[in-house]
Design a protein around this ligand. Structure first.
Ligand SMILES: Cc1ncc(COP(=O)(O)O)c(C=O)c1O
Length: 387
């Protein structure tokens, strides 16, 4: 490996959401990584800092090209600069989309369990969450969509929008082309616009390809907007930089208008520099990171299987989030997470906040292996100590 993911870099004292915590707490919850970003991105940002003038920015042509080339070569998804809009983040886009593509009181469909902030974007804007729980097979510990239930949700005339996560946080599902096609057809049939949040797409294991929702068919391209960003894969979420791809000119105009009304359509001074460096120079770093994360996931899975048999890991090949079934403990997952935090200092995400996630918790494994071992050790000591 050319890059180092083993060295532990302290994040204490950096006003980090994850690490601004009591001593002895080990945070394995919020989805950011404990690795410094790619050295190529750091160098590009340093060059920008060295210039010393930080006035208002415009979006340079290279920003468009960086995304276009990356999605074309990495994901086989072809779009042009005309299809793209800058946004200061995926969550700002989700909220803007809720405001633009649905009316107060209408339903927004989600496949649960799902990224908890989807609920905030819906509820804080006075819309209703219309969950479509995924079917969980407790034998294989895998999820699937119930097509009849999805049709029921989408056919409700009050449902105007669907927020979709591809690949899926928290369960790490890489949706198949058939599933994406089925969602697209049903949404088209019932006039539901799709916002496909693809922020985790560059974090699939080698050999496991994600399919962009809009790339599947003419229908999917026409009824959706797609949120993409370098922030999750390159650990630069604090820089607040993302893009929306919308092939349909009307949807694109409407989201562009709303992002600008919401004042999240303009880049801060580092936003385009970081994105260009990530996509133009960060490929090798990312490929090594993906190997490291896959090894961490395998390590965690094996460790839990051998040492904490009361837990079951949901198998996955995407994201750095491990979704763990704790239903065999017989303890409610919120109580369990609170108790683990209190007794061991290990800070996990309780499944309940993701909707239909009772009996599960989420563990962020994007950290040096030694930190992962420490976290797993705390987890097993908890279960050891409670029998
Ligand atoms: C599915 C998903 N979407 C969006 C975000 C956050 O996006 P942003 O930081 O660009 O607002 C996250 C962060 O964890 C996420 O998991």
């Amino acid at each position: 490996m050319k890059y180092d993911f083993d060295t532990v870099v302290s994040r204490q004292g950096t006003a980090s959401l994850k690490w601004d915590i009591k001593e002895n707490v080990l945070p394995m919850w919020v989805a950011d990584m404990d690795f410094p970003t790619a050295p190529e991105i750091i160098s590009a940002l340093k060059r920008r800092v060295d210039h010393g003038i930080f006035g208002y920015s415009v979006i340079p042509q290279e920003w468009y090209q960086a995304y276009i080339d990356w999605w074309h070569t990495r994901h086989g998804f072809v779009f042009t600069a005309d299809d793209m809009v800058f946004s200061a983040g995926v969550v700002p886009t989700l909220s803007s989309a809720v405001r633009r593509f649905s009316a107060p009181g209408e339903n927004v469909a989600v496949l649960t369990p799902v990224y908890n902030i989807f609920f905030n974007s819906i509820v804080n804007n006075g819309r209703k969450v219309r969950p479509c729980p995924l079917k969980y097979d407790s034998g294989t510990h895998s999820y699937s969509i119930d097509p009849a239930l999805l049709e029921e949700v989408l056919s409700d005339p009050q449902t105007s929008l669907m927020l979709f996560c591809n690949p899926h946080n928290p369960a790490g599902i890489i949706w198949s082309r058939d599933e994406l096609d089925m969602i697209g057809r049903l949404c088209e049939k019932y006039g539901v616009t799709v916002v496909s949040d693809e922020i985790h797409c560059d974090l699939c294991d080698h050999g496991y390809k994600y399919t962009p929702f809009a790339s599947v068919s003419e229908i999917n391209a026409r009824i959706s907007i797609t949120c993409i960003a370098p922030t999750k894969a390159f650990n630069i979420a604090g820089i607040q930089t993302s893009a929306v791809v919308a092939k349909d000119p009307v949807l694109r105009h409407r989201i562009w208008r709303q992002l600008n009304t919401d004042e999240v359509g303009e880049p801060n001074v580092f936003a385009c520099t970081a994105a260009c460096a990530a996509f133009c120079e960060g490929g090798r770093w990312l490929d090594e990171l993906r190997t490291y994360i896959a090894q961490n996931r395998e390590y965690a899975q094996e460790y839990i299987r051998k040492n904490i048999p009361v837990l079951d890991v949901v198998p996955s090949h995407a994201t750095y989030l491990v979704w763990i079934d704790c239903s065999k403990t017989g303890i409610a997952s919120d109580k369990l997470c609170d108790d683990i935090l209190e007794k061991t200092g290990l800070f996990l995400s309780d499944g309940v906040q993701y909707g239909s996630g009772e009996g599960f918790f989420r563990m962020n494994i994007a950290c040096p292996r030694s930190v992962l071992c420490e976290g797993l050790g705390r987890l097993s000591s908890y279960f050891g100590s409670t029998g």
